[in-house]
Design a protein around this ligand. Structure first.
Ligand SMILES: [Mg+2]
Length: 368
């Protein structure tokens, strides 16, 4: 018998799943395509079996999506939570320049959520069905199979038996593969490299700010995914693959914590410093709108420090011809990697007037 941290509320033998859990797994399995390609055995056995291309390295990444930390049930519709859960993992795969092979999802769910498979049409479908609507739509788009995971009921009692609200927790594991030795690493930047980012920055935090002011804006949102950088971030898988196949980039990272923080990671891992050109940083229209509306002192602040844009940052030598678009995504040069200079910060910002100042890492604090 497996050790338990909390008292079981049912006298179920430990190896027999509760009916709700069996129904949940059956419902998920029904919606997942049969194994093909690299995935030989998916949901249903003790473990999944994958066949990784012989000339590749295996990439593994894991990310939590926790209620009240990464999402709020009163702000985010279930489709959004499912999409974002998978997008975070896929973005890390993209940052390595890898192709996603399979996803594994562990879910801890409060008992009050309805059993899936109720069959009603949106939005009367159960929370879990709608979570998987969002999750599997993105999975289909990038042809990444859901190959396994685990489910459990969230604890709703403390040690003294007092009831409290159960919270949702989703843990996503992504496997990917990349040609042996070709993964885009944070540690491979070289002095003189140009720093590039994909897309436009600050949109995700601007959209989250909007929700903080008017949560109805979020719950009113239907399944339309266009121009919602916070709700429906787009992992840059195709850009990452192109960067690796073209051997153009030295180093890469995805912008999850914010440009200032993530660039500092590249500096630390590569043992270098960096200078950003303020005028070159691409600012998302929603961030500009937030400045116009007086919600933030500057849109540039959101672009520099607001997190969860899930764009890619990469560095490449000056002579490597980086196009203005890769896989249909805008690419912007925003600065340069440099050797350390005495009494100068790791990351500095050169303003339009030529003034250079230290750029402190000020990544996004979730819901603070
Ligand atoms: Mg990352």
């Amino acid at each position: 018998m497996r050790p338990r941290l909390s008292q079981p509320r049912r006298s179920t033998p430990s190896r027999v799943l509760p009916a709700g859990e069996r129904a949940l797994i059956a419902a998920i399995r029904q919606r997942v395509a049969r194994p093909k390609g690299s995935l030989r055995i998916g949901i249903g056995d003790d473990a999944a079996v994958l066949r990784v291309p012989a000339a590749d390295d295996l990439i593994v990444t894991t990310d939590f999506s926790l209620e009240q930390v990464h999402f709020r049930r009163d702000w985010h519709i279930p489709e959004v939570i499912g999409h974002r859960c998978l997008a975070r993992g896929l973005s890390d795969v993209a940052a390595m320049g890898a192709r996603p092979l399979a996803a594994f999802l562990s879910l801890s769910l409060p008992a009050e959520l309805d059993t899936p498979g109720t069959g009603k049409s949106w939005p009367e479908r159960s929370w879990i069905d709608r979570f998987f609507d969002g999750f599997l739509a993105l999975a289909d788009r990038y042809k990444v199979p859901l190959a396994g995971g685990d489910t459990a009921q969230s604890p709703e009692f403390d040690q003294r038996g007092r009831k409290h609200a159960g919270l949702i927790a989703a843990d996503i594991v992504l496997l990917g593969s990349v040609r042996r030795g070709h993964a885009l690493l944070r540690s491979r930047a070289r002095a003189g490299d140009v720093i590039y980012v994909t897309g436009e920055l600050g949109g995700a935090s601007a959209e989250l700010l909007a929700a903080g002011r008017d949560p109805d804006r979020f719950t009113a949102i239907t399944r339309s995914q266009k121009n919602h950088p916070h709700l429906y971030p787009e992992p840059r898988i195709d850009v990452g693959l192109k960067l690796v196949s073209g051997k153009k980039a030295h180093a890469g990272i995805d912008l999850s914590d914010g440009l200032s923080t993530d660039l500092l990671h590249v500096c630390e891992e590569s043992g270098l410093a960096a200078e950003l050109d303020a005028a070159a940083i691409p600012i998302h229209p929603l961030a500009e709108q937030a400045e116009r509306d007086g919600w933030v002192p500057s849109a540039l602040g959101l672009a520099l420090h607001g997190g969860e844009d899930y764009e890619l940052l990469f560095t490449a030598p000056k002579w490597s011809r980086i196009p203005r678009k890769i896989a249909g995504v805008n690419i912007h040069p925003i600065g340069q990697m440099q050797t350390h200079r005495r009494r100068r910060a790791d990351v500095v910002l050169r303003e339009r007037d030529g003034h250079v100042s230290a750029l402190d890492a000020g990544g996004w604090e979730h819901f603070s």
